[in-house]
Design a binder for this molecule. Structure first.
Ligand SMILES: [Ca+2]
Length: 146
């Protein structure tokens, strides 16, 4: 399952200034007074290709045209600025939900569902859900009701 939200780096309280290198941390990061206590992977201002690790709960691409691969994990992916590609991995329905896309930008970003072996749009379920969240999000599954 892929869920798409409408978030930004600043909505997480994060600076829009990226680290100089791809940085993985198992600790917490605090920027602008906001702390994320989970393992995170931070991209750079350039174009990065990042595969989520089993422990990472957030992957932030920052600037550049990033490729962020959920890698079968439940990580929340935030591409930041640029034309980003979110690669989703098909995992068993009983497993944890596949990655969440936090900032899909229509006309700029791409979702790569190659791993789902879809035959067409009829194999997708896209559900818009505004319940209990700020803004809205959509869920995409490979033909399975959400
Ligand atoms: Ca980016």
């Amino acid at each position: 399952m892929t869920a798409i939200h409408d978030s930004t780096l600043t909505s997480f309280g994060l600076s829009t200034t990226a680290p100089g290198t791809v940085t993985a941390t198992n600790g917490s990061i605090t920027q602008a007074g906001f702390t994320i206590d989970t393992p995170v992977i931070l991209g750079t201002a350039g174009s990065d290709t990042i595969a989520s690790s089993p422990s990472a709960l957030y992957v932030f691409g920052y600037g550049g045209n990033d490729t962020l691969n959920s890698n079968g994990q439940a990580a929340a992916l935030l591409g930041g600025s640029g034309s980003d590609t979110f690669v989703m991995t098909n995992i068993a329905a009983s497993a944890v939900p596949d990655g969440n896309i936090l900032d899909f930008e229509v006309g700029a970003d791409t979702i790569d569902l190659t791993d789902f072996s879809l035959n067409g749009f009829s194999d997708l379920n896209i559900t818009l859900n505004t319940e209990g969240v700020t803004g809205s999000f959509a869920s995409i599954t490979n033909g399975t009701a959400v």
